[in-house]
Every structure is written in C-alpha cells, then in structure tokens.
Design a binder for this molecule. Structure first.
Ligand code: FE
Length: 341
C-alpha cells in the first residue's frame, strides 16, 4: 500500500499504529511541531529536488513524542522536527530517535548544535532578547540578570512558565549562575511583571505598542518578521518606537533557542529521512530558514535575510544546550516557588 497524506492523517486522529505499510518508496513521514506556514516551501522544494513526497503530522512536541512511543516499532514516523533543545533531549531520552552517520551533517552543522550521539541536529537558531519602548525607557536592561532589578518594577511582560521558551531561559540561567542565583533572579523578574503572563511572543511586542508593557522579551524572529511584512498591531510607526538589546554582550551572551530534528528510531524510510536531514543543512534550505522564517541559519557562512540582518550582529551564549535541557525540571520547581504562572 502506498501511504498517502490522507491515510497518515486519518491514522493521526485515530492514534492507531500503521503497520509496515508505512514503508513506501519515494515517501517520507514527517512529524513536526514547527508552526510556520513558511516551512511548506522547504517541503515542496525537497520534493521538487528529490521526487520524495512528504506526508506530515503536525502537533505539539510532547504529543508527537508520546505518539511515537505508543506506536513503537510500527511507527510510520521517519523524522521528528521540533523547536527547543529540551524537547530534542526529551525525544532522545524517550527512545524515539536513532543515531545516524552523515558526513554532510557532521561537517556542516557546528558540533555545539548537534547531539553528541548524533540523535539530533540543529538547523536554525533564534535569540531571546530584550525589546523596550524607546519613548518610556531611558536605561533598558543590558543583560538578563538586570531584568530582576527593582528599577524595572511593573514594567516587564513575558510569557507563561508553561511555555518552552520560558523554561529554557530559566534553565540557561540555572546553568550559567547556579540554582540559588536563578531562584533569586526569577523572584525579582516576576516582581517586575506588568501583567500576568499571557499570550505568545508577538503579544509581548504588542504590549509595548499598547503601553501595557515597557519592556518585553521575545524571540528575534517575531520582530524580524514584523520588519519584513505586515503583522497585526505592529505597523511601521509602532516598530519605530521599539528598541532592542541583545543582552549580556559583555557576559554570557544572548540566550539562543534551537530548532532541529532527528531520524525516528523505527523510521521505515530511513534513507529518505537522512536525505531530508542533509537537505535541511544545504545552503538552499539554510537560506530559507532566514529568508522565510527570519531565523539564524545553523550552518556557518550562510547569509542572513535583510530583516534578520537589520537587527544587527551579536554574541550568542555558548552554554551547552544539552546541559541546559537537563535543568528544565529544576526550572519547574523554581516557577512554582516564585509564583511565575
Ligand atoms: Fe515561536
């Protein structure tokens, strides 16, 4: 049987395992939690180049990992694509990925953006940085530590602690400064909230425009996207008043989020899966992560799109991402302690 998109999606909703029928020459079954329409271009480009059709299941990362575990040896999944190292590590620990040998990936993806056991590889990055209302804030925080300074009381907007970006940010602070300092920091940070945590990263930027927030934290790609095209509530006039800081440039550097993927443990179309991973590391695909989704390419030397370049150069935090991912449970404890909802 040839596995079609429809067949795969039907199985997705009924959550039954697909037997060995998932093996289909010229096909690839992709489980993705990336939520960007622009990724469509990557998939169609890959199909045009290789003739391999991509069947997709999209859901949040935890659902996809649980699904792959439940499907076990019969899982049709060839690739898991997701955002954030903690989720990639969770997938690895859950046993749903496999190690692969690829000279292309080894040489193109910097070693700090790939799993030491070759179970996952990062393809793009984003920085989580400070944005502020230039008309209100004279001395914006220049590093993450300062976000807890009482000088910013009632000024800061951020997402909820259930969000993976919050979890990884605090996990990095734990890694860089230790648990005690991280707890103190989180308490100060929460004390400075202008409102209860809510919304996505674009909503934090909108809060600057509405005046609800003076300082907000967002990933770079949400802002760069607004520079590139119309985003509701963030027109050119509004963007004029928003300044940004790549934090901690004289210290640990700007906090980075990684998007990446790995080949599924029981991938029925393993060769196609490796081909797709190698495609994602190609200049062509890497360029698209920047041009299409305003991210930073993982492969060194690939140029930035104008909107991303407009945000300027910066020094990223080089902290070990796998070590950061291991701090997520500790971060959860701190969220509860300090009342970060
Ligand atoms: Fe996002």
């Amino acid at each position: 049987m040839k596995l079609t998109t429809t067949a795969l999606l039907v199985c997705a909703t009924t959550a039954t395992a697909i037997a060995s029928s998932a093996v289909a020459e010229g096909e690839l079954n992709l489980y993705s939690s990336r939520h960007y329409d622009t990724d469509e271009r990557l998939y169609s480009d890959f199909t045009d180049m290789t003739g391999i059709t991509i069947n997709r299941i999209e859901a949040n990362a935890d659902e996809l990992i649980a699904r792959m575990q439940a499907e076990g040896a019969n899982s049709p999944a060839d690739i898991l694509l997701t955002v954030d190292t903690s989720r990639l590590e969770r997938a690895k620990e859950a046993g749903v990925l496999q190690a692969i040998e690829s000279d292309v990936l080894e040489t193109r993806i910097p070693s700090y953006l790939q799993d030491a056991d070759n179970q996952w590889f990062g393809f793009s990055q984003r920085a989580r940085i400070v944005f502020y209302d230039k008309t209100d804030v004279e001395n914006p925080p220049m590093d993450y530590v300062s976000l807890a300074d009482p000088a910013y009381e009632g000024m800061i907007c951020h997402r909820s602690s259930t969000n993976v970006y919050s979890q990884t940010l605090l996990s990095a602070i734990i890694e860089n400064f230790g648990t005690e300092a991280a707890t103190e920091w989180a308490q100060g940070f929460v004390n400075n909230f202008a409102r209860d945590p809510q919304g996505g990263d674009t909503d934090q930027l909108r809060g600057l425009v509405s005046g609800e927030c003076d300082i907000s934290i967002s990933n770079t790609y949400y802002f760069a996207r607004a520079l590139r095209k119309d985003v509701d509530g963030l027109n050119a006039d509004a963007l004029e008043n928003i300044g940004w800081i790549f934090p901690a440039q004289n210290a640990e550097g700007a906090h980075m989020n990684l998007s990446g993927g790995g080949v599924a443990a029981n991938a029925p179309n393993r060769e196609n899966a490796i081909k797709f991973m190698e495609y994602l590391a190609s200049d062509r695909a890497q360029d698209y992560f920047s041009a299409g989704n305003d991210e930073y390419p993982a492969v060194p030397g690939v140029g930035l799109s104008p909107s991303v370049a407009a945000m300027g150069l910066f020094r990223p935090d080089a902290v070990d991402l796998s070590a950061v991912a291991k701090n997520v449970p500790e971060a959860q404890v701190i969220f509860n302690q300090v009342g970060w909802e």
